[in-house]
Every structure is written in structure tokens, then in C-alpha cells.
Write a protein that binds this ligand. Structure first.
Ligand code: ZN
Length: 392
């Protein structure tokens, strides 16, 4: 059996002393650590807790220099402190923000640099319009339009547009407005059938033996089918003026198609006549409306002479307005419905008389299109003939 060596009294004192020393040292260390560190920040002496980093210093607002600013693409300041942190030098050397401070450090800050906002790219459609060639009442689509595309560069925060680059140019819808040659005119009546007015106009036309074209509002044609039928029976041409008379410009594609189809069906049902003529209410057409007209294979019939009878300017004035604008192949706009048309009814015999005096013949819209088609085919035949004679 080996007995553990007995500790001498001296050794015991040494162990005790060592432990005490360690405790004292630890206490001293703690005391030292708790002592504030004396540093100079931007020329000012400060005492900061031991272990303080430059980051803490900046957060506490001790640095004299501010952060940079966030600047928009247009130069406007979006955020005063939205830029980069101030740059800091310790004892004349550049240093990182996570470093601890030591007693006696001299810190100098410089303002942070500005940050420029990010940009965002967006592709936006470029609108297309309707362009008309000529000013005749008969219409035909020459070019189907399409929107273009532009790429916009904008500030992400400010939304400010810096550049816009056209990727694809828009194509305008091109409508050719033509008229046949020859001393003919077409009288047209909108907004009926209207009891007490359409019948009176029919009486005048019968008396004068003049054919005309009636663009009927679908819901009135189905409300007054007898009157609508009389129009067709007396040899006049019929067309549709939509179902309920909205401005096509304000409608979506589907609604335009519904107005055209329903209006046309109502007129056809009431009169027993098929029709491909649609007169847009208010003449209101935009590229979208022209597209629907094309897809539904109908013809939009406009006018080149507005009698302005709807403004009730007086019988003489209506007649004068017509005679001032009329030319061969004109389509003249009157109204048999949509309000009181007593002036129209009274002006009509005088208008007819004046037009006759000038040598005009009266035709329907159908005949106008026919005349135009004939002229076209004659022109073609002539061209072919001259080519043949050249060849032989
Ligand atoms: Zn109308």
C-alpha cells in the first residue's frame, strides 16, 4: 500500500496563494474590461464600453459623417440615408466596420457615397390608330392594324422613365373611304323606325319616287316590325344601326359584336331582308370596332354630308347645309327617329327638289356599292384590254 504523500504546510500555502492570485487577476481583468475605452472620434474624445466596434459607434450616431443618399435615375434624392455607409479610418488606415476599438484609437469618418436606384425594364404596348384614306362614305379595310411594343427603362423606386425604345412599331388600321363616280346621291335615315315620323318620310319618298336607305336601331325594328316591313316593302334599302345605339368606341370587342349581330338579326327578322350594312352610332369607330366589322363581314357605311337635322336648325338651313356639301357619290345623313323630326320631314321635299335641279339621281347604298364595284371591274377590264393590245 502506497500512502499518498502528505502535503507539507508550505505547499498548502502555495496552492492557496495561487488560487487567490488567479481570482485577483480575474477580478482585475473584469475591472479592466469594464473600464470605458478612450477613443477620439472625428476630433472628439469619447469613452465607449470596452468591446465596442466601429459598427456600434456608427449605429449610436457617434460618427460625424452621414451615410450616402439614395438617388433616383432623374437625380432626385429619394432617401437621405439610403446610400452606402460612411467610410472609416482608424489611426489613418482604412478599416472594416466590424473591428473593435482599442484605447487611444483615432477614428475619422468620411461621408458614405450615394447609391443610385436600380432600374427595371418593362415592355408596354404602343397604341395604334385608324387612318383614313379619302373622305367618301363607303368604307373598306386596307390594312389591319396592330399595336407596337416599347421597352421602358424606369427607376425601381421613383418610377421615373429614363428611356423608351421601340421594339416593334405599331401598324395603323387603314380604312379607304371611297365614293362611286357619277351624279348620284344616297339619302339615308338613322335611328328609326319611329311611329309618326318614319311613315311620313316614306310618304314623301313615295310621292317623289325616290329610293332611300334606312339604318334601323334593332330594338325599334323589333318593337315596330310593321313599320320596318313597310320600309322594305316600298323598295328602300335597309341597314342596321346596332341594337341599342351605343358608341362602339366605348365598347369591348365582344359587346361590339353583340350589338352588330343582334341589331342585324332584328332588322332582318322585321323586314325579311338580309343586310350587310352597319352604320355605327355617332360614326364612332376605332381600330377595335373596325376589326369586328371586318370579322363579321359587314360593311360600315359612313356619310360625307351631315344635314345636321338633329340640331333642328330650321327647314331652310337643313336644305342649305345639304346643298353646300353634296357632291357626286355622296351619302347624306338624316334622322327619322331619336327625337322630333318634323323639320326633317318638311325639308325632305325641298332637298329632293334642289338635288334634282342639280342633276342628281337617287340611289340606295346597295346601288352605290354596286356602282363602285362596276367601276372597279370596268377599270380592270380596260387595263386587261390595253395590256392585250400592247402584247399583240
Ligand atoms: Zn344614330
Amino acid at each position: 500500500v502506497v500512502k499518498p504523500p502528505r502535503r507539507s504546510g508550505l505547499a498548502r500555502v502555495a496552492v492557496l496563494g495561487g488560487t487567490t492570485l488567479l481570482i485577483l487577476l480575474a477580478l482585475l481583468g473584469g475591472w479592466a474590461a469594464a473600464q470605458p475605452t478612450r477613443v477620439v472620434v472625428d476630433g472628439q474624445t469619447r469613452y465607449v464600453p470596452s468591446g465596442t466596434t466601429l459598427y456600434d459607434l456608427q449605429k449610436s450616431g457617434a460618427l460625424a459623417s452621414p451615410k450616402g443618399r439614395l438617388v433616383g435615375v432623374n437625380g432626385e434624392v429619394l432617401l437621405a440615408d439610403g446610400g452606402f455607409d460612411p467610410s472609416v479610418r482608424r489611426n489613418g488606415e482604412p478599416c472594416t466596420i466590424s473591428q473593435r476599438l482599442f484605447p487611444g484609437d483615432v477614428i475619422e469618418s468620411r461621408p458614405g457615397t450615394d447609391r443610385r436606384e436600380s432600374v427595371i425594364l418593362t415592355d408596354v404596348p404602343l397604341p395604334y390608330r385608324t387612318r383614313y384614306e379619302g373622305n367618301g362614305p363607303l368604307t373598306e379595310m386596307k390594312t389591319l392594324g396592330a399595336p407596337g411594343v416599347a421597352r421602358q427603362t424606369r427607376g425601381l423606386v421613383s418610377g421615373f422613365e429614363i428611356t423608351s425604345t421601340v421594339l416593334t412599331k405599331p401598324t395603323d388600321t387603314v380604312i379607304v373611304r371611297s365614293r362611286p363616280s357619277g351624279k348620284v346621291v344616297a339619302l339615308t335615315f338613322d335611328d328609326g323606325p319611329w311611329p309618326g315620323q318614319t311613315d311620313k318620310i316614306l310618304d314623301v319618298l313615295a310621292e317623289e319616287q325616290v329610293p332611300a336607305t334606312f339604318f334601323m336601331v334593332g330594338k325599334y325594328a323589333s318593337r315596330y316590325p310593321g313599320l320596318a316591313r313597310r320600309v322594305a316593302r316600298e323598295g328602300h334599302d335597309v341597314g342596321s344601326h346596332s341594337w341599342s345605339h351605343p358608341a362602339f368606341r366605348e365598347l369591348k370587342a365582344k359587346a361590339i359584336r353583340r350589338e352588330i349581330n343582334r341589331g342585324r338579326q332584328a332588322v332582318e327578322k322585321a323586314t325579311g331582308h338580309r343586310t350587310a350594312w352597319i352604320r355605327p352610332p355617332y360614326g364612332s369607330m376605332d381600330p377595335l370596332a373596325w376589326e369586328q366589322v371586318r370579322e363579321l363581314k359587314v360593311h360600315a357605311v359612313l356619310w360625307d354630308v351631315d344635314s345636321r337635322d338633329w340640331s333642328k336648325p330650321g327647314v331652310r338651313r337643313i336644305e342649305k347645309t345639304v346643298m353646300r356639301q353634296v357632291r357626286p357619290g355622296s351619302v347624306i345623313l338624316f334622322h327619322d327617329g331619336g327625337g322630333k323630326r318634323a323639320q326633317t320631314i318638311r325639308a325632305l321635299p325641298q332637298v329632293i327638289k334642289s338635288l334634282r335641279k342639280k342633276g342628281y339621281q337617287f340611289v340606295t347604298v346597295d346601288e352605290l356599292y354596286q356602282l363602285k364595284a362596276d367601276a372597279k371591274s370596268q377599270k380592270k377590264a380596260k387595263a386587261a384590254e390595253s395590256k392585250q393590245s400592247k402584247d399583240s
